[in-house]
Design a protein around this ligand. Structure first.
Ligand code: URA
Length: 198
């Protein structure tokens, strides 16, 4: 776990560390996975839940999917921007299964408060679970339908644009779709510029 500088974020982290709401998750976790990156970010990436590498290191997106995300961030020059990475869930679901609705509900208060403090200019949702934690979205709907549109997440009464793209794990299995992620990130950066020029 990297040091958290913001005192309000640290307070939430301390609560997360003690959280025992999801029996299966807190009994098997090695670490809670809170977030990483700039604590006053312009962009927040929202993924699903930690995997095995993240659980070991206590940091989001540090495994194979994370390497791919880092590659996109570099390719699109997002590394020059202020960005932060977090997940819908703070603990690893056993065997990397999908998060259960009650697990997402249990973790939601942490998620909402964390985003309130981060107060980004734009959010990039990675995959359906991250997206579904921000925007009311039927998980049975083909996820591609969420792309190429600006959605809005109400953060303390302020509407923050949300752009959807594929989860890195999906692209690892479907490499021919990678160009779509690059075009979604371009779209996201264009929308970020619009917010900046408002
Ligand atoms: N997948 C996610 O959604 N988040 C992580 O942190 C790692 C893999």
């Amino acid at each position: 776990m990297k040091e958290i500088k913001n005192e309000d974020l640290k307070k939430i982290y301390n609560e997360v560390e003690k959280c025992m709401k999801c029996e299966a998750l807190c009994n098997s976790r090695l670490n809670v996975v809170f977030g990483r990156g700039d604590e006053e970010p312009d962009i927040v990436f929202v993924g699903e839940a930690p995997g095995a590498d993240e659980d070991k290191q206590g940091l989001p997106f540090v495994g194979r999917g994370g390497k791919l995300l880092d590659k996109w961030i570099e390719k699109m020059n997002i590394n020059k921007e202020k960005y932060y990475i977090m997940n819908a869930l703070k603990c690893r679901p056993p065997e990397n299964r999908d998060p259960l609705p009650e697990e997402k509900a249990n973790c939601r208060d942490f998620f909402v408060r964390q985003l309130q403090i981060l107060n980004p200019k734009i959010i990039c949702a990675l995959g359906r679970h991250g997206f579904g934690n921000l925007i009311d979205f039927d998980l049975k709907t083909p996820f591609g339908k969420a792309r190429n549109k600006v959605h809005y997440y109400s953060n303390n009464g302020k509407d923050i644009p949300v752009i959807a793209t594929y989860h890195p794990a999906y692209i690892l299995r479907n490499q021919k779709e990678e160009d779509k992620v690059i075009s979604d990130l371009e779209f996201m950066l264009g929308e970020l510029e619009k917010v900046r020029n408002k």
